[in-house]
Design a protein around this ligand. Structure first.
Ligand SMILES: *[C@@H]1O[C@H](CO)[C@@H](O)[C@H](O)[C@H]1NC(C)=O
Length: 628
């Protein structure tokens, strides 16, 4: 209980109680006013405390296969923000009639006839634990669940489409559909006149309600078992109960925000952060002492005019700032990474300030999209300055590539995934209009901003280096196997990955378990630690490379920084193998696609961090030795 305020504090400062963000203002209803019930896509969800998931595809509510009742004459699609459309929300109106303060005991919605194909489709989705997602006055209709550890009751957004039925006589697995909904709504009345919806819980039931009289009743006991290889006639019914509640409008989302196993989350997080911070500090201190010793030795050797030769990293002082191969690509990569980094940072800050409350549907993804678009100027600036510092000449080409390469890749990649979604009939497919909007954002906002940023970078010019570059490159002696680019990247990636691992597993659970993630405080803390460990380990690796007289650090720093991405990828595959059951090719492609995308973004972000921190480190140490 003590942990709850703590987690809320770390999670998000509840600004929402002070003022309402657009779209989150309370709506007042007089008794009898119609309260809208919107239906969203159906998504797979883990039930019964298990964290396994069986699919990733989501389906439109009015997909023919479900045969849900439709409003007359036609269902109307509801408007959504760009971000929420991009990430799969599909809101429609529904035929449920709900009026403020009016209880409904048993209302027949419609009777739906499913042919053989639809019945099979429905049975499959039930077997895959799909859940319905409704919004009552913007509030997700929830199922009541009990935490296994703390025994606390909490709301879990969405409720089951159906459940496993007892096997038939032939021993075959069967499923039953939830065709009756007991809707419990809570209202709060600040002044006795106006009423606000502050709670929405649905108890779904399966009911074989079509008796001989053909008018369904809601009082039966028999479940409706879906006959898999035949037609089905399903009667949908619902009842509504309104109850007064002390919950105020500003806190109506609090029931949903529950850290899973709060004790474990906090403790494991503190544990991992302390360890990571400790390691980070140790590495930094050892490095600092060693380098200080090196520097004083180098400088004293020079003073004594000793015949002793140079050794260690001083040997390569004439080489470290020699431009690497493929500097064009490197600078574009660093620029793109910096852009992503800025986007993530801004999103996290906004989330921390409580601007991304769950009542603002799609706020997070919209914000990310906008931030990414605007930060084109950062990618342009960083890319062109890095390129100039690496003695690159073709700055026009650099600007062009920065503006086109990474955003274009992202666009194409998402487009390809979208093809798969369309092909599999999932509602996750991004509508054409949304795609046009994104294309417009890219061409008319992101590209010009990138060019402006890059132009500023070109004006500012190259960063000067503390030591000169020799005319003739040195020979590089053969190095140990673990100092080769790939092994060293993998080694360097362990620590940052380990630091972020715990939070990552919670994030994945929320992402693929359709739970609301809100522990942004933890996430911000973890991100800072990951960034710090990335910088430290990259610098350490860089130091080892230079001591081995291998001065080709540019690409290696980027690789070593991004090393955690390989572990992330491996962990994602492991998660798939142990926790996910993904039927069908489309699910697999989708999961792999998202995993690759996330790993790639991580690679660019941490790679840019690695490169920049390594460069700063080299500047510092080489400006402190005396070179003649
Ligand atoms: C609706 O039903 C509930 C439970 O039976 C009852 O407590 C409540 O007073 C009813 N509300 C109205 C407006 O009739």
């Amino acid at each position: 209980m003590i942990l709850r305020p703590l987690t809320l504090l770390v999670g998000a400062i509840p600004l929402a109680s002070a003022f309402y963000l657009p779209g989150a203002a309370p709506k007042d209803y007089l008794p009898g006013d119609a309260v809208p019930l919107l239906v969203n896509r159906l998504s797979p969800q883990s039930f019964g405390g298990r964290s396994e998931m069986k699919g990733l595809l989501s389906y439109d509510y009015y997909d023919e296969g479900f045969g849900f009742c439709k409003p007359k004459p036609e269902p109307k699609q509801q408007s959504e923000s760009l971000g929420s459309a991009l990430f799969g929300d599909r809101l429609w109106d529904s035929p449920f009639q709900i009026n403020m303060l009016q209880n409904v005991s048993c209302r027949h919605l419609c009777t739906s006839y499913l042919d053989k194909t639809s019945s099979e489709f429905l049975a499959e989705r039930i077997a895959e634990s799909y859940s319905q997602n409704w919004l009552v006055d913007g509030l997700p209709a929830a199922e009541m669940k009990q935490d296994e550890v703390t025994k606390e009751l909490f709301y879990s957004a969405g409720f089951a489409l159906g459940s496993q039925a007892s096997p038939g006589e032939d021993g075959k697995e069967r499923v039953q559909i939830n065709n009756h909904f007991d809707i419990f709504l809570e209202y709060h009345s600040p002044d006795g006149m106006r009423n606000r919806v502050v709670g929405a819980v649905v108890w779904p039931r399966s009911l074989n309600s079509l008796g001989a009289g053909r008018t369904p009743s809601c009082s039966g006991e028999q479940p409706f078992v879906v006959r898999g290889e035949a037609t089905n006639e399903i009667a949908y019914t619902y009842s509504v109960v309104w109850r007064e509640s002390a919950t105020t409008f500003g806190t109506r989302f609090d029931h949903y925000l529950r850290v899973f196993d709060p004790r474990i989350h906090v403790l494991s997080l503190i544990n991992s952060i302390v360890i990571a911070a400790f390691l980070c500090l140790m590495v930094a201190m050892i490095l600092l002492r060693t380098i200080n010793r090196d520097i004083s030795r180098y400088n004293s050797v020079d003073l004594d005019e000793d015949i002793q030769e140079d050794f260690g990293w001083k040997l390569v002082h004439g080489e470290v700032f020699r431009p690497p191969k493929k500097r064009m690509w490197l600078s574009v990569a660093v620029g793109s990474g910096a852009q992503l980094l800025a986007m993530s940072a801004v999103t996290l800050v906004f989330a921390l300030l409580g601007f991304l409350s769950p009542s603002n549907r799609g706020a997070l993804s919209t914000l990310m999209l906008v931030a990414y678009t605007l930060f084109g100027c950062i990618s342009g600036y960083v890319s062109s300055r890095v390129f100039a510092s690496l003695k690159g000449e073709e700055w026009r080409k650099n600007i062009g590539l920065t503006a086109v390469l990474f955003p274009g890749f992202l666009f194409l990649f998402l487009h390809l995934l979208n093809f798969f979604l369309i092909g599999s009939g999932s509602s996750g497919a991004v509508p054409f209009g949304t795609f046009l909007a994104i294309l417009a954002l890219w061409f008319f906002l992101n590209m010009p901003l990138t060019v402006v940023g890059a132009w500023l970078g070109v004006k500012k010019g190259a960063i000067s280096h503390p030591v000169r570059v020799n005319q003739i490159p040195r020979q590089i002696p053969p190095t140990e196997w673990w100092l080769k680019p790939w092994p060293s990247a993998l080694i360097a990636g362990i620590l940052p990955f380990g630091a972020g691992f715990i939070e990552l597993s919670y994030l994945l659970q929320s992402l693929f378990g359709a739970k609301i993630y809100f522990a942004f405080g933890f996430l911000a803390l973890t991100s800072v630690i990951v960034a710090l460990t990335t910088a430290t380990t990259t610098i350490l690796m860089c130091y080892f490379h230079l001591c081995a007289e291998d001065y080709r650090w540019h690409w290696r720093a980027f690789l070593a920084g991004g090393g955690s991405a390989f572990w992330l990828l491996a962990y994602g595959l492991f998660y798939w193998a142990t926790k996910l059951e993904l039927p069908g090719i489309a699910n697999k492609v989708l999961f792999l696609g998202y995993l690759l995308l996330i790993s790639l973004l991580d690679f660019f972000i941490t790679g840019a961090i690695g490169f920049v921190s390594c460069y700063l480190f080299l500047r510092v140490i080489y400006s402190r030795i005396r070179v003649d």
